[in-house]
Ligand binder design. Structure first.
Ligand code: PMP
Length: 380
């Protein structure tokens, strides 16, 4: 099996899975308990919080552990907005993940003024358009660091600066899921930052929300008061500590991992450019995120190609996994004005640090074979 769908999810590193086992079988105590073995777990988790903070260069603020980025993103909205007295403006990017987009729509229904910032042809938020949408009344902004379908990297530093110029009280949330550990980020450029473990070789069902020091934040679910009273529920020690191990592995090999994913991406882009009637979607291959490449094969339906590759043990995506069960147009590609045959033939390839150039070359020749075959069928 060759997995080029790592933006959907990744295989947990063996070392991280072993850490989870340790916290299930041996060190399984509830970190909120008072006896000494449980206090050890609490200390481990405290160290793990610090590692997330240092991965985003945060010297202050806090980490709330969650079940993943969907929860972190939902909580970003509710925690920031629930204590406000008046309903003002919310701005999100037009290409945000459903866990931001659908939440923003739900706030529109209860009276907030929700605006969608458009993107340019590469999939990056247009800075001028964003600036024009800002008002002194803008209470909340949510923008993704890296787009999950085409790998466009947003200029969060400038967007954050503009938002604070318009309203210093505005809370600026970054959905960091696809960028965390893969593109540089500084926590000074946000108030809230979401991550999800399974996107970087940690288990599913664990994630976090970073909250900046001076942010007025009410948190999420109520109950036993865990996570500083901001997100109740017995602490998921195995998941949190396994995620910590994956962050440690990424951080220790950061340069090597990024170069390895980037090399796969550039090789695949070059191989695909040699096939007639292919178009790159998103930023030029050298400038987007190191692990995501989106290519349209004109005259081919991407889901037919996906199944042909699946039959050969190769995993890729059409659109994102989250939207693949819906029969509508792809909202992200629509927003980039990618329509018709170019949208129908769009395939997303996404890499993890364990993919190799040999895999890229194997996949490339199987794709070429299938694309030529499918185009011939279509002409009959
Ligand atoms: N945001 C982005 C950009 C994503 O790619 C994803 C996962 N596809 C999420 C949020 C949601 O993450 P999870 O499914 O782990 O909750």
């Amino acid at each position: 099996m060759i997995n080029f769908d790592n933006s959907a999810t990744t295989r947990t590193f063996d070392e991280s899975a072993n850490v989870a086992l340790h916290y299930m079988l041996s060190q399984y105590y509830n970190p909120s308990s008072a006896y000494s073995v449980a206090v050890e777990s609490e200390k481990d988790i405290k160290r793990a919080r610090k590692r997330i903070m240092s991965a985003i260069n945060a010297d202050s603020g806090s980490i709330i552990y969650t079940s993943g980025a969907t929860e972190s993103n939902n909580m970003a909205f509710s925690g920031a907005l629930q204590s406000l007295r008046a309903k003002g403006r919310i701005i999100i990017g037009s290409t945000e993940h459903p866990s931001v987009y659908e939440v923003a729509n739900s706030y529109a229904k209860i009276g907030f003024d929700v605006e969608f910032a458009s993107v340019n042809a590469d999939g990056r938020i247009d800075l001028d358009v964003f600036r024009d949408l800002l008002t002194p009344n803008t209470q909340f902004v949510s923008i993704m660091l890296v787009n999950n379908e085409v790998g466009a990297i947003n200029d969060i530093h400038t967007l954050h600066k503009y938002a604070k110029q318009a309203n210093p009280q505005c809370i600026f949330h970054v959905d960091g899921v696809q960028g965390f550990l893969k593109v540089p980020f500084n926590a000074n450029d946000c108030d809230l930052f979401s991550i999800s473990g399974h996107k970087f070789n940690a288990p599913k069902g664990v994630g976090a929300l970073y909250v900046g020091k001076d942010v007025k934040f009410a948190g999420g679910q109520l109950g036993g008061g865990q996570e500083g009273g901001l997100r109740s529920g017995t602490t998921n020690t195995p998941g949190i500590m396994a995620m910590d191990k994956s962050i440690e592995i990424y951080s220790d090999s950061s340069e090597e991992f990024i170069q390895s994913m980037q090399a796969c991406k550039l090789r695949l882009a070059k191989n695909m450019a040699a096939i007639k009637d292919t178009v790159l979607n998103g930023p030029p291959a050298e400038s987007g995120a190191p692990h995501i490449l989106n290519i349209s094969f004109l005259g081919v339906r991407s889901e037919v190609l996906l199944h042909a590759l699946d039959a050969r043990g190769i995993l890729v995506a059409t659109g994102s996994a989250c939207s693949s069960h819906k029969n509508s147009n792809n909202r992200v590609l629509d927003a980039m004005n990618i329509k018709g045959p170019r949208q129908e033939g769009a395939v997303r390839f996404s890499f993890s640090p364990t993919n190799t150039i040999d895999e890229v070359d194997t996949v490339s020749s199987i794709i070429e074979e299938n694309v030529l075959l499918l185009r011939r069928y279509k002409k009959r």
